[in-house]
Design a protein around this ligand. Sequence first.
Ligand code: IMP
Length: 501
Amino acid sequence: MALYYDETSYTFNEFLLVPNLTKKSNTPDNVSLITSLVRYKKNEGTPLKLNIPIVSSVMQSVSNDTLGISLARNGGLSFIFHSQMIEKQVQMIRNVKSYKAGFVKSDSNLKPDNTLKDILALIDKTGHSTIPVTEDGTPIGKLLGLVTSRDFRITKDPLDKKVKDIMTPYSKLVYGRKGISLKDSNNIIWTQKLNCLPIIDEKDFLDSLVFRKDIIEHDNYPNELLDSHKRLMVGAGINTRDYKERIPELIKAGADILCIDSSDGFSEWQKDTIEYVKKNYKNMYIGAGNIVEEEGFNYLADAGADFIKIGIGPASICTTREQKGIGMGQATAVMKVNEARNKYFKNTGIYMPLCADGGIVQDYHITLALAMGADFVMMGRYFARFDESPTNKIKIGNNYVKEYWAEGSNRARNWQRYDLGGSEGLHFEEGIDSYVPYAGSLKSNVDVTISKIKATFANCGANDIKELQEKARIIRVSAASIVESKPHDIIPKNYNEIAEY
Ligand code: IMP
C-alpha cells in the first residue's frame, strides 16, 4: 500500500521568524555568514567555505563566467552550467580562474604608426582613453609606449600626427612585472602618482593594466571567495550522462567543486557519478541532488556526496510538479532533510552541508531557509535579473526586463537534467521561458540582501548561522497574515505601486 504522509508540505512564504532578545553584541556588523560548503568530520571543520551563504543555479540563463566572477568577488559561488559543449564550459571555468581583480586585459591598443585620428576613433569606440602602444597593436604585443588623454591636444595637434610622436615611450614608462601583487602595484601607483600601471612579462610583452580607480574599487569587495592560490573560486555543473568525458576537463581547467544537476537526485546514476569522482579524484568535491526527504538524503550521503541539494518543484520557472506530480513544499523539504542530516551527523560523526535550491522569492526566505537547516541557498531567478547574467536585457513598455529560461524548457533542452536512462532527448518540457524584471548590478543587490539577512539575524539574537539554527523561533502564518504582511488599507503615493495593491 502506498505511504501517506501525515503532514501537509509548506513553502517559505507560509512562515515567519519570531524575534528573540537582541543583545548589544547582536549588531549586523558582528554577524558572520561564513558557511560550510562541503562535508566534514566532527571537530574537524569544513575544508571549503563560502563567505556568504549563496550560490547561483546551474542554468544557461544564470551561471556563466561573468556572473561567476562577480558572485565570487562578493563571497558566493557560481556553478557554471553544463548544458553546453565541454570546451565552452571549460573556457568559462578558465575565465573565472584566470580573473585577477585589479589586473585588466587592455581593450584599446594601437601601433606606433597609427595616428591621432586613430586614437580619437578608438576612444570613441571603447570609451577608454588609456591606450597601450604595442609592436603589433594587440593587447599582448611588445609594449612600446602608452598614450593617455594628457598626451595630445585635439585643438593643436594635427590629426595625422603619429602615435610614436604622441606616446610616452617605453624608456620613460613606469611599469610592473607580471606576478606583482595588487598591493605592490598599488604602492607604485600612489608613490609615482600614476593613473595606470602597465604590467609586462619578462620579455616586455604586455600582460595587463592596473588602474588607480580599480584599486580603490577593490576595497569594496572584502568578502572575495579565493582558493589557496588567491584565485576566485568557481563550481561546475555536471550531469550523469557524459561525466566521464566532462569531469576530467573541468578539473584540468581549475573547477573547485562539482555539482550534479538533476531534477530528481534519488537515483543510481547519481551514485555512479559520485563514486566515479571519489575513486578518480581524491581531492575533488561533488554536490548531489535534488532530494526532498530522508531516504534520498541518506542514499546520496552514503554514496559520498560532499553537499546535498534540496528542492523538487519550487523554482520560479519550474513546471515539474504540474508535469509529473512529484515534489514537496520547499520549506517542509528543508526541515525534513535537516532532521535527516542531524540524525546522520549523530550516527556517523559526518556533517553534511545542505543547499536549499529554488523558490527563494523574498530576501527573508534565505534567512528562513538557513534557520530551517540549510547551510546555503541556490538561486536562479534572483541572479538572472542582474547585469552580469548571460541573457539579453530588453525594454518592454517602460520597463527593462531580462530573459530567464528553465533548463527543462525547449529553449535550453537540457535533457540530461531529467535523465531517466533510455533514449536521449527531451520528451516534454519541465520548465518555461520567461522574463524577470531587470535589477541592475549583482553587487548592489547582493549588498542589500546581505544587509537584510544580517538585520534579521540581529533581531533573532544570532551572530552566525549555527546560532540562528539553534535559537530560531519559527511560526506558520495564515493566508490572512500573508495579506497583512504587505502594505494594506492605504493608497500608496507612488502611482506604479497602486497597480500592485
Ligand atoms: P529559482 O531561484 O526559483 O528561479 O530556482 C532556480 C532553480 O530552478 C535551479 O537551481 C534549478 O534547481 C531549478 N530549475 C532549473 N531549470 C528547471 C526546470 O526546467 N524545471 C524545474 N526546475 C528547474
